[in-house]
Ligand binder design. Structure first.
Ligand code: AMP
Length: 548
């Protein structure tokens, strides 16, 4: 239904820039804070659109970013999809091999990259056929030594600050984000204009992650993770002030942005909010009085963290989502009739993953293929469907066939549902580890470890970790002739060549054999139960080895 009637991003941009031309967009950059208004944002986004046209980007083309959270990255959020092209946000924390695969699979021709990530991208691109013909734009006004890239300001400079934004179809692909971790190659999830529109509208409802024009919104969750949970779009739709925390923000940076910019809503994985708590508990005085709500998701929110922020007048709003869901699926608002419940009951509810967002449907299917009762006890795999849930993986019919059933997305999360309808994740069917909000593929590590000639079998599991939620630990059956003293270091050195430091197992434990199921598969459940308490495992991850 083109002709300006479709569900697209354009009205959000138009409305914000017309109604709130003086509202600010603040960005922590490599060289300090930068601030401008929606009015200037409109001009610069139009300049970017004209520059993309001039470069030769056409409707349906994919344009990639390899960036942290900042204002220029936000300019691509509207500048790319609103001309009819597709914004592909690449996760710069991925192993080089994954980056090469993703750029190739998405057929990216142009990549916007941060100066601080140029070296990492250059390493992935070096001698890689996947990068043949790919051009780079570096986010700043200076070239960088590591990569032959046009500075962004030069790229958009001199272009007209007006653009005749086209009328797009709701089905037009607008975004692309890869999800990795499970076995095999990363899978692309395409976001159409109407998926992003409906996700934004649902987010704005009181049972979503509501925002108004009085809000100051700071997404800490990276903009390469499912559009920073859609917050840049939601904040624009609301006409809120945006605050972008820039490259690898430390708790001190977040604290100062919260105080100085009056942040009212922020969002990120538990590790971020544990870090801020630690910073405050270490004696740093931080004024949190402006901050109303922190959206926490990606991994489970610990109840003690919810209570700690409650004590400081900040609501920790727990949400669950997935790349495939654009990403919001559930939000743990307190239902009206629980407002009078005792505090313990309330925290117990709020620590669950929450209530399905208005607009989505879910069902939970047990091992016998039956829907479970809502009793808080029975469990099964969570399946979802709705307007902002993808229906397929990008160019991956194999994965689509595996992960969807009668139009429902099989989430790989095992949940209970209580009488009030709160979902709680109790297990995962997918063989992955989530550390500080980032996936690590256990199967990929296992295969890499088993390539060592002195290893006869190996398995890798996620062990609970207070700060990172999970860390990988390798369990290895050494070959008879193995030098047991040297083997852990050799494994470590071997993995380091291929994987980022934060992928490396915290510990390598020797075992006599890997427990197996009746059908001979590795039984990780068994090991997980044995090592449910991380203190049983020797060694801990050094701070600098963890994901940023
Ligand atoms: P991603 O696609 O990278 O966003 O990861 C989605 C997966 O992260 C979900 O399927 C869950 O396994 C996990 N996840 C997301 N949010 C939560 C949460 N609030 N609590 C526990 N696990 C979560």
């Amino acid at each position: 239904m083109p002709g300006g009637h479709d569900q697209t991003l354009r009205p959000f941009l138009w409305r914000a820039t017309r109604l709130y031309p003086d509202t600010e967009i603040v960005s922590r950059e490599h060289d300090g804070l930068r601030r401008y208004t929606y009015g200037e944002y409109a001009d610069r986004t139009a300049q970017l659109a004209n520059a993309l046209d001039d470069y030769g980007v056409e409707a349906g083309d994919r344009v990639a970013t390899f960036c942290w959270n900042h204002a220029r990255h936000f300019e691509t959020y509207f500048g790319v999809p609103t001309i009819g092209a597709q914004l592909h946000t690449i996760n710069p924390l991925l192993p080089d091999e994954h980056v090469r695969y993703i750029v190739d699979n998405a057929e990216d021709e142009l990549v916007f990259v941060d100066p601080s990530l140029a070296g990492k991208l250059a390493a992935a691109a070096e001698d890689a056929a996947e990068f043949d013909g790919v051009d780079f734009v570096v986010m700043g006004d200076e070239p960088v030594a590591e990569l032959d890239a046009t500075p962004y300001e030069e790229f958009i400079g001199g272009h007209d600050a007006d653009y005749d934004w086209p009328e797009l179809d709701g089905d037009q692909p607008a975004g692309l984000c890869y999800t990795s971790g499970t076995t095999g190659r990363p899978k692309g999830v395409e976001y159409t204009q109407s998926m992003l529109w409906s996700h934004t509208m649902a987010s704005l409802t009181p049972q979503g992650i509501p925002m108004t024009d009085a809000d100051v919104v700071m997404p800490v969750v990276p903009m390469f993770h499912v559009n920073a949970w859609g917050m840049p779009f939601t904040a624009t739709a609301a006409g809120a002030k945006h605050v972008y925390p820039g490259p690898s923000p430390e708790p001190a940076d977040l604290a100062s942005l919260i105080e100085e910019e009056g942040v009212t809503i922020s969002a990120g994985v538990p590790t971020v909010w544990l870090g801020l708590r630690e910073y405050i508990e270490a004696g740093n005085d931080v004024d949190l009085s402006a901050l109303d709500t922190i959206i926490v998701g990606g991994s489970a929110a610990p109840p003690a963290l919810i209570e700690w922020y409650d004590d400081r007048g900040v609501e920790l709003l727990h949400a669950w989502g997935m790349t495939e869901l654009s990403p919001i699926g559930t939000v743990s608002h307190l239902k009206h009739d629980l407002r009078d419940a005792d505090y313990g009951t309330q925290v117990e509810k709020r620590a669950k993953q929450g209530l399905i967002a208005p607009g989505l449907e879910f069902r939970v299917i047990d091992e016998d293929g039956e829907e479970i009762p809502w009793d808080g006890e029975a469990f099964g795999e969570l399946q979802v469907r709705g307007p902002w849930v993808t229906k397929e993986y990008f160019q991956r019919p194999d994965a689509t066939a595996e992960e969807f059933e009668d139009g429902w997305l099989k989430t790989g999360d095992v949940v209970t549902v209580d009488e009030d309808g709160y979902l709680q994740i109790v297990d995962r069917t997918k063989d992955v580890i989530k550390s500080g909000g980032e996936w690590i593929s256990s199967v990929e590590l296992e295969n890499a470890i088993m390539a060592h000639e002195d290893v006869s079998e190996a398995t890798v599991i996620g062990v609970p970790h207070e700060r990172w939620q999970e860390r990988p630990v390798a369990f290895v059956v050494p070959a008879e002739a193995a030098d047991r003293d040297a083997l852990p270091d050799e494994i470590d050195a071997m993995l380091r060549e291929e994987y980022p430091k934060w992928w490396l197992p915290d510990a390598v434990e020797f075992i006599d054999e890997v427990p197996k199921t009746a059908t001979g598969k590795f039984s990780k459940k068994d090991l997980r139960e044995r090592y449910a308490d991380q203190s049983l495992v020797e060694g801990a991850v050094p701070e600098e080895d963890a994901p940023e």
